[in-house]
Design a protein around this ligand. Structure first.
Ligand SMILES: [Mg+2]
Length: 165
């Protein structure tokens, strides 16, 4: 299945105490190493890539090629990167901030319960928080659930008023 990942506060975490992956290839040009990858992401993404198609879906304007090279430096290949420009090419500036289903994405991983809420009828968003040390396992669980045609767990920080619906 096609799985996408958010960047800021999902794969790229800068909060105090955030843990990062060591760069995989020493020969990889320092200029292209760019930002640090969240700890646990390299193994998670490599494992998922063996059976799934990985995309990045970010509301940032990072260049898709830069994002692909950046992850390739950690041994991870992503098939496609949707940045804010590409999102706006399809949807303009109105509507949802992210619409994974419209791109054929069956599971999107994000830190924002707002993105979960926007896509609550598709039930295709897994929310993991930037300070969660077990985040990778939660993503694996969500992938397994979606593969069984179940829905991902609701966001841990979802406000009470949205829980019943
Ligand atoms: Mg984010």
């Amino acid at each position: 299945m096609r799985i996408s990942f958010d960047l800021d506060d999902t794969l790229i975490c800068y909060q105090p105490g955030a843990l990062h992956e060591p760069p995989r290839s020493r020969w990889w040009p320092r200029l292209w190493r760019g930002e640090p990858l969240r700890s646990g992401a390299a193994t998670l993404l490599a494992d998922l890539a063996a059976g799934h198609e990985l995309w990045v879906y970010t509301t940032s304007y990072r260049h898709p090629q830069t994002v692909s090279w950046w992850l390739w430096g950690y041994g991870v290949r992503v098939r496609y990167v949707i940045n804010q420009y590409r999102h706006e090419q399809v949807f303009g500036r109105r509507g949802r901030s992210k619409h994974p289903a419209a791109f054929g994405i069956r599971l999107h991983v994000d830190d924002s319960w707002g993105v979960w809420l926007e896509n609550r009828f598709e039930r295709n968003v897994c929310v993991v928080l930037p300070d969660d040390p077990d985040w990778a396992q939660k993503v694996r669980d969500a992938v397994a659930r979606v593969a069984r045609n179940e829905v991902p767990a609701p966001p841990p920080d979802l406000p009470e008023e949205y829980r019943a619906g």
